[in-house]
Design a protein around this ligand. Structure first.
Ligand SMILES: *[C@@H]1O[C@H](CO)[C@@H](O)[C@H](O)[C@H]1NC(C)=O
Ligand SMILES: *[C@@H]1O[C@H](CO)[C@@H](O)[C@H](O)[C@H]1NC(C)=O
Ligand SMILES: *[C@@H]1O[C@H](CO)[C@@H](O)[C@H](O)[C@H]1NC(C)=O
Ligand SMILES: *[C@@H]1O[C@H](CO)[C@@H](O)[C@H](O)[C@H]1NC(C)=O
Ligand SMILES: *[C@@H]1O[C@H](CO)[C@@H](O)[C@H](O)[C@H]1NC(C)=O
Ligand SMILES: *[C@@H]1O[C@H](CO)[C@@H](O)[C@H](O)[C@H]1NC(C)=O
Ligand SMILES: *[C@@H]1O[C@H](CO)[C@@H](O)[C@H](O)[C@H]1NC(C)=O
Ligand SMILES: *[C@@H]1O[C@H](CO)[C@@H](O)[C@H](O)[C@H]1NC(C)=O
Ligand SMILES: *[C@@H]1O[C@H](CO)[C@@H](O)[C@H](O)[C@H]1NC(C)=O
Ligand SMILES: *[C@@H]1O[C@H](CO)[C@@H](O)[C@H](O)[C@H]1NC(C)=O
Ligand SMILES: *[C@@H]1O[C@H](CO)[C@@H](O)[C@H](O)[C@H]1NC(C)=O
Ligand SMILES: *[C@@H]1O[C@H](CO)[C@@H](O)[C@H](O)[C@H]1NC(C)=O
Ligand SMILES: [Cu+2]
Length: 763
């Protein structure tokens, strides 16, 4: 099984490399398939904010080491930022000018009522093909810092990402008065100008090349060339003395006395992190782990004005594998927003930023006018590496002479520091978590058992989630009744409280930044060692201090604790609130690509019907606080009760009197049918015309159907059972023909591809 998966992955790579073998073009040159522009798309209006990104393969040189193929978003890396306000909706159009498929996820956005806009090929949509466009429409329902990024295979490592800032609704008060009660207005202004700092590891290799090297060498690569901030960085090479001085005491032991490589990384054959597998070290280019070549590009500069009193910035880790931590010389940071939630503010010297995390901080601008270094260091034993930015006060004439770094290039503390405590990030205002759960899953995070591959992982414990599922039929489009629950597909009912216990197996329990799509989860407990209880309640009774059910972190991402010589465990608890097909996965792209994910079908009892025009372009022209009705997708004008037609009723004289009252023939305008024979009636409405015939022989059914809105050609049908007993049931079915005029409803054709899809998701 593992073997076939390996082969599959290899063939995918060969395909991709064929695509990428074409000479790289600059952003303005068309790819082979011809460019699409925003104008060749239908012009029907919604009242949402239009936002278009054009993604294309181009080249960039973030570290000065030479140009590399990257994904450019409107010609830039990172892409443009989207700013909105709670209650507003966006028509986020992605024009795929890549030569490969893509899909764009809105990290942390809950997608209430719009599960088809989550941007995950294979789960919530079909991948966007080259030359195609997909329009994601969703509503901003919670303030905070978010980001969009490719969720197709490993494309995030090639650069497709950009910020999303959602400001609070009028009257919603953040935790600003407990930051500084004398400067609430200044804090609000700073928050409104919150600047993204995308912090990320960077490699000279594209994702496909990177993954191919992992496979060829049978290694899990956690060694970067550079840490970049907003697409800028340098490669720094340390002397052997510097490496030795910054090495943690465990390194000699972990590496069998050899120490770090010249690139300051754990060697490729470090068994404790790579596993005891057969490797092919010769297949790994020397510059991946061993050879360091310095290069230089700019340091990103964040300009601030001390007249503002405070600046706000958000660290966002879009990297492939490096957990990061940041400090700003001579400045405290006041963390006020973490992974989609305001929190009770924490004043700290250092913040940790796991992959996918957003950490928003206020910086009090009370230092002498100068430049101060922003330091971003790797936060793990795998490598000694940092990237740098500059906090530049208006009027500055250079780096402050009295600058005091809080940590070294290798992330070693240089002063006494207070780090941000994510485990104590109490939501503001407080949230309530259920004291018990309805359903429990127990996962073992580890390398995929029996696969023999250092780069293959499982979140669940036995089975990995294959990246090739990204090319399959979306789970959202399938009838949950026909999808069996499995190791990698969980099924829940609406309203249930679900516990996810994750044990990260030792001997070296690496930390994993776990991200959940749709609504957030509470982090109710964590500890060291094995989770050797059968329920959370038993664990709570045994080690109450390991749990917090008072006001625990309520987040869309959280990093599991590390362990040396031991396993660790973490418990997430969430309420099923939004029906759809969602991911729970490690946001280290290398682990995710290696299978560390499960799909969750939340709310299978309230499974959504995907509008047939989901993803179709009909971008709106809203500019501010517009609202929209999520059940009304593309139509130019929404009916008062979209998706539902008038109630139909049927009465007839059967053997005894009965009545059927049907609900809501969808947008159809068949309304009333009545029968009048002793045996029963059989007939139908069509465009408001009754074409029924009496059927004295005894059929008791009446039905009506009618055409509704044009040009969308919605057809509603009502069939009432009028069988002379009072309990007659009603029924409504609706189908909306595709905007393009394609035949009838989506759900019918989707069932037919089911068998194929099941096969695709089975490993
Ligand atoms: C991105 O580029 C397209 C044209 O290719 C343009 O219509 C759109 O407004 C740009 N988006 C942003 C956010 O600037
Ligand atoms: C590392 O430490 C462990 C436990 O102390 C010991 O058993 C092992 O031999 C050490 N390995 C090396 C390479 O020093
Ligand atoms: C590798 O094998 C050794 C000896 O069998 C064992 O002690 C160690 O835990 C193994 N390491 C991993 C990561 O499995
Ligand atoms: C960026 O900052 C680092 C750390 O201070 C420094 O070594 C490097 O020279 C700076 N790069 C540039 C281009 O100024
Ligand atoms: C730095 O200091 C903090 C606070 O004492 C501590 O939690 C952390 O482990 C230290 N980090 C390193 C790399 O020594
Ligand atoms: C749980 O496992 C640990 C070892 O990881 C062991 O020391 C402890 O006694 C076990 N606890 C129970 C309740 O079995
Ligand atoms: C829309 O925003 C404007 C300006 O922020 C505000 O005055 C107005 O009350 C808002 N309208 C709604 C319906 O929220
Ligand atoms: C059905 O009900 C109607 C109205 O209540 C009544 O007039 C009619 O006689 C009834 N028919 C039979 C067959 O009971
Ligand atoms: C039965 O109902 C149909 C449709 O309303 C009507 O045209 C027809 O005249 C009725 N027949 C009798 C016998 O009442
Ligand atoms: C019902 O259908 C007729 C014929 O297609 C159409 O003229 C009429 O507007 C429709 N009524 C409603 C409420 O949709
Ligand atoms: C019509 O109703 C009668 C009385 O409930 C029932 O016996 C009969 O089976 C029904 N016929 C059909 C075709 O549903
Ligand atoms: C609703 O109508 C469909 C199609 O006529 C039928 O297959 C289904 O059994 C009906 N359901 C109920 C609850 O009457
Ligand atoms: Cu994500």
């Amino acid at each position: 099984m593992a073997g076939s998966r390996f082969t599959q992955a290899l063939s995918v790579f060969s395909l991709a490399s064929a695509v990428f073998a074409a000479p790289l073009t600059s952003v303005n040159e068309a790819n082979v398939l011809g460019r699409r522009t925003a104008s060749d798309i239908c012009s029907a209006k919604s009242n949402c904010i239009p936002f278009t990104i054009d993604v294309s393969w181009g080249s960039a040189n973030p570290t000065g080491a030479g140009a590399r193929g990257v994904i450019l978003t409107n010609g830039t890396l990172p892409g443009p930022a989207l700013r909105m306000k709670v209650g507003e909706c966006v028509d986020f159009k992605v024009v795929n000018n890549l030569a490969v498929d893509t899909g764009v996820h809105f990290h942390g956005i809950q997608q209430t009522g719009t599960p088809w806009s989550d941007g995950v090929p294979g789960l919530s949509q079909n991948a966007i093909k080259p030359g195609e466009t997909y329009m994601y429409r969703w509503t901003a329902d919670e303030q905070g810092a978010y980001f969009y990024h490719s969720h197709y295979k490993g494309q995030i490592m090639d650069g497709l990402y950009g910020a999303i800032f959602i400001s609070a609704a009028d009257g919603e008060e953040g935790p600003f008065s407990s930051v500084d009660s004398s400067a609430v207005e200044k804090l609000k202004l700073a928050d409104a100008k919150n600047e993204p700092l995308f912090v990320s590891d960077w490699s000279k290799y594209t994702f496909d090349e990177f993954y191919a090297i992992e496979q060829a060498g049978n290694v899990d690569i956690a060694c970067a060339d550079s840490i970049i901030i907003n697409g800028m960085g340098s490669q720094y090479c340390l002397s052997q003395d510097q490496i030795t001085a910054m090495s943690a005491p465990q390194i000699a032991n972990l590496t069998g006395g050899r120490g770090y490589t010249k690139k300051a990384c754990l060697p490729a054959d470090t068994a404790a992190t790579q596993g005891n597998f057969t490797r092919n070290l010769a297949a790994i280019p020397a510059d991946v782990f061993d050879v360091c070549t310095s290069s230089k590009n700019k340091n990103y500069t964040l300009s601030v004005d001390n007249a503002d009193g405070y600046a706000a910035l958000t660290f966002i880790n879009t990297g492939g594998f490096s957990l990061l931590k940041a400090t700003i010389d001579n400045h405290k940071m006041i963390v006020y927003d973490f992974n989609g939630k305001w929190i009770a503010p924490q004043t700290v010297d250092q913040v940790a930023i796991g992959n996918g995390d957003r950490v928003s901080v206020f910086v009090k601008l009370d230092q002498p006018v100068a430049d101060y270094q922003i330091r971003v260091s790797n936060n793990g034993l795998n490598q000694l590496i940092s990237g740098f930015g500059v906090l530049s006060y208006k009027g500055s004439s250079g780096i402050s002479a009295s600058s005091v770094p809080a940590m070294s290039f290798g992330g070693v503390n240089l002063t006494t520091i207070v780090p941000f405590a994510a485990a104590k990030a109490a939501p503001f205002p407080a949230e309530t978590v259920s004291q018990k759960a309805d359903k429990t899953y127990f996962f073992h995070i580890q390398k995929l058992p029996n696969a023999g591959h250092a780069y293959e992982w499982t979140l669940q414990g036995n089975t990995g989630y294959s990246m090739n599922n990204d090319d399959g039929t979306p789970l959202l489009y399938r009838d949950p009744a026909t999808v069996p629950e499995s190791d990698i597909i969980l099924k829940t009912n609406m309203g249930q409280w679900v516990d996810i216990i994750m044990q990260t197996n030792g001997p070296i329990a690496q930390p994993h930044p776990i991200h959940k799509h749709a609504n957030k989860f509470f982090v109710i407990g964590q500890g060291s060692g094995s989770f050797n209880w059968s329920t959370v309640a038993q664990a709570q009774a045994a080690v109450p201090s390991a749990f917090n059910l008072a006001n625990p972190p309520y987040v869309d991402g959280y990093t599991t604790p590390p362990g040396e010589g031991t396993a660790t465990w973490t418990v997430f608890r969430y309420k099923v609130e939004i029906a759809g097909a969602w991911f729970l996965h490690c946001h280290m792209q290398t682990h995710f690509s290696g299978g560390m994910a499960v799909a969750i079908m939340d709310g299978v009892d309230k499974w959504p019907t995907v509008p047939s025009d989901a993803g179709k372009s009909c971008q709106g022209s809203g500019t501010s606080n517009s609202t929209w009705n999520p059940s009304c997708y593309c139509p130019a004008s929404c009916p008062a009760n979209p998706g539902k037609g008038p109630d139909g009723t049927g009465t007839g004289n059967g053997p005894s009197n009965g009545s059927g009252s049907g609900s809501d023939g969808s947008k159809g305008n068949g309304t009333t049918s009545s029968g009048n024979t002793s045996g029963g009636d059989n007939g139908s409405w069509n465009n408001g015309v009754w074409t029924g015939s009496n059927n004295p022989a005894g059929a008791n059914n009446t039905s009506s159907s009618g055409n509704g809105y044009t040009p969308e050609q919605q057809t509603g049908s009502y069939s009432g059972n009028n069988n002379g007993v009072k309990s007659s049931s009603s029924n409504s079915t609706s189908s909306i023909q595709a905007y393009t005029g394609a035949a009838s409803s989506s759900h019918v054709s989707l069932f037919t591809v089911l068998a194929l899809a099941v096969a695709a998701l089975t490993l």
